[in-house]
Ligand binder design. Structure first.
Ligand code: SF4
Length: 468
């Protein structure tokens, strides 16, 4: 619980707006929660591409001086969470590729599930790769298909890949914004100063004063050019499986996902959780920051005081920015502390958004008990995570998911809680008002083919032996 899931990346694009780099700076700053280990921006002016990127936060990589070097009215930017095996500088985006038909820059969010198969085919035909990035893969495919115009090559390329992704591609005079055909990763369009902005989340629009126009639809390519915006579908697939965890965890509370405000969703999930699973508590405490809205909702529905029992140290990154287990555990210790006077002698209902590994949860329950809480009842505002995610989130094997190998009762014992309950899948859907979501990490029903990935997920069935 707490900060234990990593999600891969945030995107921000800007078309035909003066001072593009400075606006991108603020837009990416607002998306920093989606990735803190690396970032970058590329702009283009008179056919010349400029790029600045590096490890660390936006604030660590960009200054008034170097922003001045990013000239032009068009740009794409990226914030990245590095995968443990993907943390080399060569994977920092955007990438700029040089080609005789015209240079282009590319950035992406998510994960292509047939990456290995497609890359293997390209390598067999003589292509060389300098990163492990999906963005580089798409660039190779586009060039491979480039017998006619760029858009046709892009459509042909997108039809060869499957997964959860959003891409931004910038040529000398156009920007292409792409959302995968399943709609797993969000991407929204906004308008500002006569031009356009595109972002992974609408919170980026609030910061720069852009007006929200609409969300891209699954399988859509928006082409921004001097002739305006053209919408092209690269797939006739008609389902929309937005990632359920975007609502519960990844997105910022001030973002709207497909018309539903994230804070409102979380608050309502807390209310539903209280009705489904009341607990014998004196106070309700949320795990900062992503669970506070759900904790408020729980307290409201339960008629109990909502208290600030946990304080987050705001000067360290998310727990999940630590790519290896050893450093992740250290970061948890630094990150949260209790207000003993609030929790001492109290039966605490602790609300969080999810349990993946259980490490953070155990630590927080321990912190509350050390501070004098007499009981800690854990309530999770999502169903139990039981299956790996292959769509750009960092729990990709059964082994690292406590819910895949332990029963609910065993998890309760492992984290030291007095009781443990999860929100039902039925309520989750009801609160979103949607008929379709990706809920694969709860149900095991993956909306895409998963190719080699599942075979390597080291599937372990839930057995009593493994629960010990
Ligand atoms: S498996 Fe879970 S985390 Fe991954 S995309 Fe689907 S809902 Fe989101």
């Amino acid at each position: 619980m707490g900060k234990k899931i990593k999600e891969a990346c945030g995107l921000f694009g800007i078309y035909n707006i003066k001072g593009a780099a400075e606006i991108m700076y603020y837009g990416l700053y607002a998306l920093q929660h989606r990735g803190q280990e690396a970032c970058g921006m590329a702009t283009v002016a008179a056919g010349k591409f400029k790029i600045i990127k590096g490890n660390g936060l936006i604030i660590e990589n960009f200054t008034e001086t170097n922003l001045g070097l990013l000239t032009g009215k068009n740009g794409i930017g990226h914030v990245k969470y590095e995968k443990a095996n993907n943390s080399e500088a060569s994977n920092i985006q955007p990438f700029v590729f040089k080609h005789r038909c015209g240079d282009f820059a590319i950035a992406h969010n998510g994960s292509i599930v047939n990456f290995r198969e497609v890359r293997g085919n390209l390598e067999n035909s003589g292509r060389l790769f300098q990163s492990d990035s999906d963005a580089e893969l798409l660039a190779h495919l586009v060039v491979n298909n480039l017998s006619d115009d760029f858009l046709s090559a892009l459509i042909a390329s997108l039809q060869q890949i499957e997964g959860a992704f959003a891409f931004l591609i910038m040529t000398a005079d156009k920007i292409y914004a792409i959302r995968d055909k399943h709609g797993l990763r969000p991407l929204s369009l906004g308008q500002l100063n006569g031009g356009y902005v595109i972002a992974s989340e609408t919170c980026a629009f609030n910061v720069i004063g852009a007006a929200f126009v609409r969300d891209l639809i699954p399988g859509e390519i928006l082409v921004f050019s001097s002739e305006g915006i053209e919408s092209v579908k690269y797939s006739s697939f008609s389902h929309h499986y937005l990632c359920a965890m975007e609502y519960a965890y990844f997105a910022r509370p001030d973002s709207n996902l497909e018309g539903l405000n994230v804070h409102t969703f979380r608050r309502n999930s807390g209310k539903a959780l209280a009705l489904e699973h009341p607990a014998p508590g004196d106070i309700v405490v949320g795990v900062p920051d992503s669970s506070l809205s759900a904790a408020m909702g729980y307290a409201e529905a339960a008629g109990l005081p909502y208290e600030t029992g946990l304080i987050k140290n705001r000067y360290i990154g998310r727990t999940f920015i630590q790519p290896v287990r050893k450093t992740r555990e250290k970061a948890v210790k630094l990150k949260l502390s209790t207000i003993a006077s609030v929790v001492k002698g109290k039966r605490v209902i602790l609300v969080d958004d999810s349990i993946v590994r259980g490490t953070t949860c155990k630590r927080i329950v321990g912190l509350l008990k050390d501070a004098g809480a007499t009981e800690v009842h854990v309530r999770i505002a999502t169903p139990q995570i039981t299956y790996p995610c292959f769509y750009g989130v960092d729990f990709t094997t059964y082994e690292e998911i406590i819910g895949a190998t332990k029963t609910q009762e065993r998890i309760k014992t492992a984290i030291g809680a007095d009781s443990l309950e999860y929100l039902s899948m039925r309520s989750f859907y009801q609160i979103t008002g949607r008929k379709e979501l990706c809920d694969a990490c709860f149900t095991g029903k993956y909306p895409t083919n998963i190719y080699q990935a599942l075979k390597e997920a080291n599937k372990k069935e839930k057995t009593d032996e493994q629960c010990i």
